[in-house]
Every structure is written in C-alpha cells, then in structure tokens.
Design a protein around this ligand. Structure first.
Ligand code: GLV
Ligand code: MN
Ligand code: MN
Length: 415
C-alpha cells in the first residue's frame, strides 16, 4: 500500500503558506497568529478527510479516525507525529513533513478500511522548537510541568508564556495536567527530514534513526554597571557586553574539550539598556549544547556554568543563570527500528542507520513507549533556514516507509 503522493505534496505546500515571509522562510513561532491559523487550517483539512481532532491541555493535537477505531478505541494507540511550529525564518519541511505524512497515512488506512489491532493516531506536538521551552508539548506529556514552571517561561520575543497561551485560549491548570502514564501509548514513530548531508552524499533513500542527542540549555545574564561611553576610562568599567563576549568565545574550546561530538550554540544575545553611548549594564545569552551522550552533555553544561562565573568575576561582574533541565539522549527502540527496516525492504528502498544531532519530540516519546524515527534526505544538508528543501520523491518515499511501519506496529498482537 502506498500514500497518495499528489495529496501529500499539495498539503505540504498549503501548510507552508502560514507565516511565509519575503525571504521564502517561515515565521511560525508556537502560539503566534501564524501558528494558530495553521492549526485552524489543519483541523479543517483533517475534518474534511473524516478524521477527528482533539487538543490536549498544552496544545498538542491528536488526530484519529473514528471509523478505524470502532471497537479498538480503548487500546493503547500507535502515535506518529511531529510539529508545525518553526524557528525564526525557518524552513518548510522541519516538522510539517512528519505531521502531514502521519495524517496522510491515517487517511490511506481509512480509505482502504484496513483492519487494525490498535488505533493509529497522528499527533502535532506544541512548541517543539522551544519558543518557550525545548520540546514543550512532548515534555509536558513525558514529565509534566507545574503551573509555577509554566508561569516562569518567557518566549524569544520576551513575552510570558502564560500571557500568550491564555490569550490563545489556553488554560495553565489544564496545561499542567497533560502528563501521560506509562503504558498509555503502544509505540511511536516520527518521519522527519535529516537536516544534515549524509543521505544525499551517499545517495540513499532513507535513514533508520539509531538515537537522538542529549540537549541542555539555559540563559546566562551578566550584571555590570551602566556608565557614560565617553567619560568612563576603559579600566574603570563593568561592561556586561565584554564579559559576555569573553564567555561566548570560550565556548567552542569547551565543546572540543568534552569531545568532537559536542556542540554549543549561542543564537540569542540581548543587551541592556541598548544605547551606543552607554556601557552595557546587563547582557544575556541563551546557550544550547548537545552531545549524543547524556553524561558528556552534562559535563559540558558544568564547564559552561563555571566559564560564565569565571568571565564575570574577571571583570568584576556578577552572573545569574537559569538552567533548563537536561533532555537526556534517547536510544531508539529495536522493535520499532525493525518495523521500519521491514517497511524499507518491502518498498525496495536503500537505507542506513544514522544518529540524530537535532532534537525531536520522539526523545520524549521514547520515555513513554518504544519509539523510532525515519529520516529522508535534505538538499545540501540545509535546515533551520529558508534553504531547507526535500524533493517530492523523497517526501513520498519517507511517507511510504511510515505507512508500512504504522501498519506493522498497529497490527502487532495486543497481549
Ligand atoms: C530542533 O530542531 C532542535 O534540534 O532544536
Ligand atoms: Mn527544528
Ligand atoms: Mn523538527
């Protein structure tokens, strides 16, 4: 059985309209108006296919087929999902591919009236790209958030999660109650673009993902003193920008010290009060660091924290840090990997195993249920950029592998 290639590629282009900017990139931060419009469109699209959409307390959307679920709705389901929020000026495939392919698979199963042992559901996870917190929606499912934790979240634009979320119709108490018990999901599988160069370079169709990196992050705020830019001697300053700069330039060396698989990124910096003739009183930097080993990522986090203290003290400043809980590395499950491999072989596609350096909701799902991921090639390995592209033929091959995998997982005996 195959997916409907025309329908899938058309819906991918349709979803890309929401938040499309003049660069050809997508600005669709979670809970923004573009995100809300995309969700409304997606809900109508699902309903037109005869599918039903439920939304949980934090905004994860769960799509089901009442027709396929007759008599089996209370069994632990197989989930397949990804996200539709985007990084600033992001691409058109990171997330939407996995969501729309899962919906396409569900539609095909329904059209063919395939008899299943357990439900298959397509899922849209909220705020995967961490406007407010990395993998927010799936973290809420896997480990839960308290109302206080949710109230403390601040977005990239400085807005409070609580304000934006409630303005979008959300309820913090409900958001704090979405955690799922173990055993509530039978298995999970996500289709995603590779976001790197390996599959294209090796001329392969798909990858069967072996595991996902550990991700740490946090905000470091250097506290200095505002002074006049013309009258304060260079050696009499407590310049928050210089302390932050000293710190940032040390980071690549710290990653190398931990190992050649470690990476660290500082994609957001802010300075106060922000006058060209004022020595900065405060400078803030958001750090993202990763390694395939949870222990190495934790070690890198410790080095980063002490480097921040060191950079501040050398210039007579203080530093405040807000550290996000480390998201552990997730090895993916053999049972799901075997189902993926069987589907790849049945379609006659070429494949290899590959680890993921990008974060995915699947690393949270892996703490709840056996989980796997399928990658398809990214042109030039580009992602998190308007240059992100995956050819239609690869989109369709990936979705066909997903369909075969879901059928295998949902047909497994219930016992
Ligand atoms: C998501 O794309 C991430 O890797 O942060
Ligand atoms: Mn991404
Ligand atoms: Mn993604």
């Amino acid at each position: 059985m195959l997916v409907n290639a025309e329908r899938l590629t058309t819906t991918l282009r349709a979803l890309a309209r929401f938040g499309l900017n003049e660069d050809g990139g997508v600005d669709r931060a979670s809970f923004s108006s573009a995100d809300r419009q995309a969700r409304t469109w997606l809900t109508s699209w699902c309903e037109e296919q005869g599918l039903q959409v439920a939304v949980d307390g934090i905004g994860n959307m769960i799509v089901s087929s009442p027709e396929l679920e007759r008599g089996i709705a209370d069994r632990a389901p197989v989930w397949s999902g990804s996200h539709i929020d985007a990084v600033p000026n992001g691409g058109r495939y990171d997330g939407p591919l996995g969501v729309l392919a899962a919906i396409e698979c569900l539609t095909r199963l329904q059209e063919e009236e395939v008899s299943l042992e357990r439900p298959v559901r397509a899922v849209v996870y909220a705020d995967e790209e961490g406007n407010y917190a990395h993998l927010l929606g799936s973290s809420a499912l896997a480990r839960g958030f308290t109302v206080d934790e949710l109230s403390a979240l601040v977005g990239r634009d400085g807005d409070r999660f609580a304000d934006t979320f409630t303005a979008a119709g959300g309820d913090l108490l409900a958001a704090a109650r979405v955690r799922l018990p173990q055993g509530s999901i039978h298995a999970s599988v996500e289709l995603h673009i590779e976001q790197g160069p390996v599959l294209e370079r090796e001329g392969l169709d798909v990858a069967n993902v072996t595991g996902i990196v550990a991700i740490g992050g946090g905000t470091l705020r250097f506290l200095g003193r505002a002074d006049h830019a013309g009258t304060t001697p260079m050696d009499g300053r407590q310049d928050a920008v210089l302390a932050m700069a000293d710190f940032v330039t040390r980071l690549p060396g710290l990653a190398r010290e931990v190992g050649d698989t470690s990476v660290v990124t500082t994609g957001i910096v802010k300075v106060w009060p922000g006058g060209s003739n004022v020595v900065a009183k405060m400078a803030e930097v958001v750090v993202d660091y990763r390694d395939p080993s949870t222990e190495k990522a934790a070690a890198l986090g410790d080095l980063i924290a002490s480097a921040a203290q060191d950079a501040a003290h050398r210039r007579g400043l203080q530093v405040e840090s807000h550290v996000e809980p480390l998201i552990p590395a997730a090895p993916l499950h053999e049972t799901v990997r075997q189902a993926i491999q069987a589907s790849v072989q049945a379609h006659g596609y070429s494949s290899r195993d590959l680890p993921s350096g990008a974060g995915h909701d699947s690393q949270n799902l892996a703490t709840l249920a056996p989980t796997g991921m399928i990658f398809v090639p990214s042109v030039d390995g580009r992602s998190h950029s308007p240059a992100e592209l995956t050819h239609d033929a690869d989109v369709v091959r990936g979705a066909n592998v997903l369909l075969g995998t879901l059928m295998r997982l949902a047909a497994a005996p219930t016992a």
